[in-house]
Design a protein around this ligand. Structure first.
Ligand SMILES: [Zn+2]
Length: 308
């Protein structure tokens, strides 16, 4: 883990179309990045002096002169409040998990949390975008784990907070890019071989405020979770649908962390929710998800009575 003083420069057009298209992506010099303890595909924190920090995925290595040049597209620089080039710090330690949640909120920071009994291999519940990034998703993940008990469910959440004019979106790393080696708490359980994983997310598309979209790589479980949700939200304005193949909210990619963290690589279910669902029914939805997994986890744990 290390830091260096970085010159944040424009992405090259057209050579770095990926950076122009993805505000979360950056490029860096391979040797300089390796000396700081990271590699292509890892996440890094870039600090814009006196303004704030944000997270990026190194999607490309490119020899630079000087080797401190880091390239980011315009949308990516605007995550830190400017369309101009700027000097800053690149840090391969991305979270500030030594802060309490209240401290992180007060200073607009980013923290990572894990609750895990050190051995269970049933379910892991994920919320990579908690805090202000996708409101209430971290509470939902912790609720599911509390309902199922620590012998059946572990929970990993990140919380990122807004800071002055900088939105919490600058802490968002898309689930397909999340690299466990960049998140120490996640890395500690990544190789465990969980049978199942479920993740909570939020979206804000106009016209779909009421929607819950169930995706992920686990086709049978997806249908089961959606069926339980349909029953539970009957009588509310919420609607539930299963993401069709190719849906951008579908979470079906093998590289999505919710699938990657399971023993067979496709045991993930991803719950995407509009703002009305998360703001008004967060725990109703979480309880339905816990209910959907309860019988399955009891069957796995036969002979080991759980805590309910
Ligand atoms: Zn999300």
């Amino acid at each position: 883990m290390g830091t260096y003083e970085a010159s944040v420069r424009r992405a090259l057009d057209p050579e770095q179309q990926d950076l122009l298209d993805h505000e979360e992506h950056c490029s860096s010099d391979p040797q300089r990045l390796a000396a700081a303890g990271a590699d292509c595909g890892h996440q890094v924190r870039i600090e814009r002096g006196g303004v704030g920090s944000g997270l990026y995925t190194v999607s490309q290595l490119r020899p630079e002169s000087p080797d401190t040049v880091v390239r980011v597209g315009k949308d990516g620089r605007e995550r830190l409040g400017t369309s101009a080039e700027f000097d800053g710090i690149l840090d391969t330690r991305i979270a500030r998990s030594e802060l309490t949640d209240n401290e992180a909120r007060d200073c607009g920071e980013f923290v990572e949390r894990l609750q895990d009994n050190g051995s269970q291999t049933g379910l892991i519940v994920l919320a990579p975008h908690g805090g202000n990034i996708e409101r209430h998703t971290d509470e939902q993940a912790e609720r599911v784990a509390a309902r199922l008990g620590e012998r059946r469910a572990s929970v990993w959440v990140c919380r990122g907070y807004r800071c002055g004019d900088l939105s919490a979106g600058r802490w968002h790393i898309t689930s397909d890019d999340i690299e466990p080696r960049s998140f120490p708490a996640l890395d500690a359980v990544f190789g465990r071989g969980f049978a199942d994983a479920v993740s909570f997310h939020g979206f804000t598309h106009d016209g779909s405020e009421n929607e819950i979209v169930v995706g992920g790589g686990a086709d049978d479980l997806k249908a089961h979770v959606a069926a339980v949700l349909v029953r539970v939200v009957a009588g509310t304005p919420l609607t539930v649908r299963i993401a069709p193949p190719g849906d951008p909210l579908g979470g079906a990619a093998a590289r999505n962390i919710v699938n990657r963290i399971t023993a067979d690589g496709r045991g993930g279910v991803q719950i995407e929710q509009g703002p009305l669902a998360r703001d008004h029914y967060p725990l109703v939805i979480a309880d339905a998800v816990a209910q959907a997994y309860r019988a399955r986890l009891r069957r796995r744990g036969a002979g080991h009575p759980g805590t309910g």
